[in-house]
Design a protein around this ligand. Structure first.
Ligand code: NAD
Length: 436
């Protein structure tokens, strides 16, 4: 099948690589010329495990191409996938659809015959109708519009895309349904799980899924603060709750608050949609508030350990990315923590295996950086783990103690053995764990 993908970011590039690997003829388009130039040379602009191999293989096989022109790329496409960003609008919290509109209009200009245009970007209910009108304003050719929300997670995106737990297709006409089913069937040979529904239900499903996952996290984060007050250990509570098969163990880990390119913006957009339609999603509003509170917890804890005065203190942070195995720092809890520490007068050194470049782009030289985790801890008055990269899980604590100016640990992910560390003479603070 001839497929054009508009937007070559985390979603578009993974989708392009995956679809071409199954034999399709795929062109990935982006307005970012530098990104496209890199990709043509086989340089992958994002960190995503396994993606480099997949891109290289399909580039070499000439099943995958890169372009900066949507108009040219959609001319012969049977399916056009929109995978551009839908960030939050600064003025309202709604999803900003300007990139979707630009892509849709270019698609309209380029169509030379019937194509199925499918939105993979996360978009508010009703966006398909707007996409249809933006395209129709530019073409007299026939086309179908469909919705295909993406559920991959960064850090394991290739696996998720190649073996999806389900594929949701929102379609209003038979031709689109048939073509998209045929495109996805090779991906779901084992579980055969393609869920066909109307477009609006598909659009809402994506927000519902992200809001549900964010709810689980915020719920546990709130409970972790309660656990501290009542002298319970949230880690034991988590295991107790998660072993109930009706609940399950995933997304119950307390931590420094959720970040990333999806949960924060999608929960905000869902609240905005509900407002627009005169409905209320009070639970989601509470989830967002709880998360904002949670992102401040680590900073407040560090400040209170040092009696409210961080002047002259050197604080090391392990983990800048919003989660392991990605270089994405969008809305990462590390950024809120860094702001708080700097505002308190501390010097901050950040360590991350792949997210330093992106962090530098965002906050420049307001902090020091190193890729070496022990170097970061050298002379530090406190060490905070914010992202649970594998290498941070079992460091050499004796070595760390020698390197640090003061043996003070803040475990934002509850990955370290609290009792052992206290025995070794560390001050240890987790999230929702007994304080001493
Ligand atoms: P991204 O920012 O990584 O990539 C978007 C790309 O689109 C950028 O490279 C940008 O240059 C390009 N672009 C913008 N306007 C364009 C245009 N008019 N024509 C061509 N290219 C254009 O974004 P992402 O993380 O891949 O997310 C894309 C969408 O998918 C969002 O709606 C997001 O909510 C959704 N989504 C993301 C994830 C994820 O884990 N990142 C998962 C599921 C769904």
């Amino acid at each position: 099948m001839r497929i054009a993908i508009i937007g070559t970011g985390y979603v578009g590039l993974v989708a392009g690589a995956g679809l071409s690997d199954f034999g399709n003829d795929v062109v990935c388009v982006d307005v970012d010329e530098e990104r496209i130039a890199q990709l043509r040379r086989g340089v992958i602009p994002i960190h995503e495990p396994g993606l480099d191999v997949l891109v290289k293989r399909n580039l070499e096989a000439k099943r995958l191409r890169f372009s900066t022109s949507t108009v040219e790329s959609v001319a012969t496409a049977e399916v056009v996938i929109i995978a551009v960003g839908t960030p939050t609008r600064e003025d309202s919290g709604a999803a900003d659809l300007r990139y979707i509109e630009a892509a849709a209009r270019d698609i309209g200009k380029g169509l030379t015959g019937h194509a199925v245009v499918v939105t993979k970007s996360t978009v508010p209910v009703g966006t398909a109708d707007r996409v249809r009108s933006w395209i129709a304003a530019e073409t007299s050719h026939e086309f179908s519009v469909a919705s295909n929300p993406e559920f991959l997670k960064e850090g394991d995106a290739v696996n998720d895309f190649m073996k999806p737990s389900r594929v949701i297709l929102g379609v209003d006409d038979e031709r689109a349904g048939k073509r998209l089913r045929s495109m996805y069937e090779p991906f779901v040979r084992t579980n055969n799980r393609i869920l066909m529904m109307d477009v609006r239900s598909a659009e809402l499903s994506k927000y519902a899924a992200n809001a549900m996952l964010a709810t689980r996290i915020s719920f546990m984060n709130e409970l972790s603060l309660l656990a501290e007050k009542v002298g319970a250990d949230i880690e034991k509570v988590r295991k107790g709750v998660g072993s109930d098969p009706r609940i399950g163990p995933k997304f119950l880990f307390p931590g420094p608050g959720y970040g990333g390119s999806c949960f924060p913006k999608d929960t905000r957009a869902l609240i905005h949609t509900a407002d627009e339609f005169g409905a209320k999603v009070g639970i989601v509003e509470a989830v967002v508030q709880a998360n904002q509170r949670q992102k401040r917890v680590l900073g407040e804890r560090v400040s209170s350990h040092f009696g409210g005065d961080l002047n002259g203190k050197r604080i090391a942070i392990w983990g800048l990315a919003f989660k392991p195995e990605t270089d994405d720092i969008r809305e990462a809890p590390s950024l809120v923590l860094i702001d708080a520490l700097l505002a308190g007068g501390a010097t901050v050194v950040g360590c991350d295996p792949v997210a330093i470049e992106n962090t530098k782009r965002e906050i420049g030289d307001r902090i020091e950086y190193t890729i070496d985790m022990y170097e970061a801890a050298k002379g530090a008055d406190a060490l905070i783990v914010v992202t649970e990269w594998h290498q941070f899980r079992r460091p050499d604590f004796a070595r760390l103690k020698d390197l640090m100016a003061q043996p003070v640990l803040f475990d934002g992910r509850n990955i370290w053995p609290s009792d052992e560390l206290r025995q070794q003479g560390y001050s240890y603070y987790g999230i929702g764990r007994p304080m001493a």
